[in-house]
Ligand binder design. Structure first.
Ligand code: SF4
Ligand code: SF4
Length: 445
């Protein structure tokens, strides 16, 4: 039994599609097998709701009068990255405002925007001829922005490790408070309900997949940073318009001793094209395992001290080092279920069509780590003693042609850029002109 995506979308449009959540699908596949499940079901909805630190917001404020080229941007005191042209900025979810109590960060700004609150913008610049303004202090709401795009470089881990603490003192981590002597365990992810474990071969998920993101509509942009399928650490890069999202599914959080993060709700619909996809989405918590890692180790490659199925983890107790200890989730299973149910409702009502990825996720990726290497000598290639024009740096844009009275620069009839230094009048008009640094004023002077 096979179905095309077009057939499934046709059934969705006609409100005849059979949609199950991944948990419901697991039960169906167990009871009736993948062939029968593939015959009965069109779409399986997945869901996860966890702290996803690698998240952020891309904003465009629009131009002020007189205009400013923002080189420093603060939003409610939280620094956003402003190296993106004049009035664009990227606000990282984990960026914190210095000295604020209670702690306040980028995730809180995102949540405040969704709650309709007014945000203070402080922007600064050195001033330029085209952007003379040096400072603006104002405020805005979500509705008063040109663009507010949630743009998350790494979300929705396929399977994240569990955390324990083998030291003699309690430690505070992004995996929560870990008690000494392996006295508790924390884990993340919704197991059989999570998106990527339901399509581990990445047959249906990739660039262009339409998803439920933060209560609104989003898209997969491709593999997230640190995507590592070999270790079941697949990740997703996602985006979506913040307008249309809901603060119920995007929640700011603060982990004492670690910092600010953003809880993100993500649901991915998986088309049941055939029995293979039914089998994949029938995966159960008994078949999904993760390693417990000792977070008290300062090493990047922390020691593995146990391995547990999601069935064991979700039971709330695990056996660790001969003792039974509490296992608690860093993400919310009830909220993950709400995500999967919300997406199921959207699809069942005909309001959400599935997309075919333009490019599926890679099944292998580099797993490089940061090494302490020698620093490079000098910052830029020296431009001295190379003549008037550095051919290697020139991109042949032709700006210099427009200002040079000596006709030193030209495109010949074949379209080849040519330079004739012998024609130079040493007028200096091309000083500080070339955006690539390919002209050498010291030679002209
Ligand atoms: S302005 Fe610079 S980069 Fe552009 S053509 Fe002239 S030398 Fe080359
Ligand atoms: S200094 Fe020479 S190369 Fe530069 S604009 Fe004048 S004539 Fe042209």
């Amino acid at each position: 039994m096979t179905k095309s995506l077009e057939e499934i979308n046709q059934r969705i449009t006609e409100k005849r599609a059979t949609v199950l959540t991944a948990e419901e699908m697991t039960r169906l596949v167990t009871e009736e097998g993948p062939e029968e499940a593939a015959r009965k079901v069109d779409v399986v909805t997945t869901g996860t709701f966890g702290a996803m630190c690698s998240s952020g917001l891309l904003l465009n404020f629009g131009h002020a009068d007189p205009p400013i080229r923002m080189t420093r941007v603060l939003l409610n005191g939280v620094e956003a990255h402003a190296g993106l042209a004049a009035v664009d900025a990227y606000l990282g979810a984990t960026q914190e405002a210095p000295g604020k109590n209670p702690v306040y960060g980028g995730a809180h700004v995102i949540e405040d925007l969704l709650l309709g609150r007014r945000i203070t913008l402080e922007a600064f610049s050195q001033g330029t001829d085209c952007y003379p303004r040096k400072e603006i202090i104002t405020s805005f709401t979500l509705e008063e922005l040109n663009q507010a795009i949630l743009l998350n470089p790494r979300n929705s881990y396929q399977c994240y490790n569990a955390a324990v603490n083998g030291s003699t003192r309690a430690i505070h981590t992004y995996m929560g408070k870990l008690l000494p002597s392996f006295a508790n365990l924390t884990y993340s992810g919704a197991g059989e309900l999570s998106p990527l474990p339901n399509d581990p071969g990445y047959r249906t998920i990739g660039l262009g997949t339409r998803i439920f993101l933060g209560g609104g509509i989003g898209y997969v942009l491709g593999p997230g940073t640190q995507h590592n399928p070999a270790s079941r650490f697949g990740t997703l890069m996602v985006k979506g318009e913040l307008r249309g999202m809901n603060s119920r599914f995007l929640r700011a959080a603060f982990f004492p001793g670690y910092g600010v993060s953003l809880f993100v709700g993500i649901g991915i619909p998986i088309p049941i094209l055939d029995a293979e996809m039914a089998q994949a989405t029938g995966i159960s918590d008994d078949e999904l395992f993760t390693d417990a890692i000792d977070y008290s180790s300062p090493r990047r490659d922390k020691p593995v001290v146990g391995r547990f199925s999601y069935r064991e983890l979700k039971s709330g107790r695990v056996k660790l080092k001969g003792k039974t200890v509490p296992a608690s989730s860093m993400s919310s299973l009830p909220m993950a279920r709400e995500v999967a149910q919300s997406l199921k409702k959207l699809i069942s009502q005909g309001g959400f069509l599935l997309t075919s990825p333009v490019e599926t996720l890679p099944t292998s990726s580099p797993t490089l780590s940061l090494q302490e290497r020698p620093l490079p000598e000098g910052s830029r290639q020296s431009t001295t003693a190379q003549g008037l024009w550095n051919e290697a740096q020139c991109i042949r844009c032709g700006q210099c042609i427009g200002v040079c009275p000596g006709k030193v620069f030209s495109f010949n009839p074949s379209g080849v850029f040519e330079v004739d230094p012998s024609r130079c009048l040493k007028c200096g008009l091309c000083l500080d002109l070339c955006p690539l640094g390919a002209l050498h004023p010291e030679v002209i002077r």
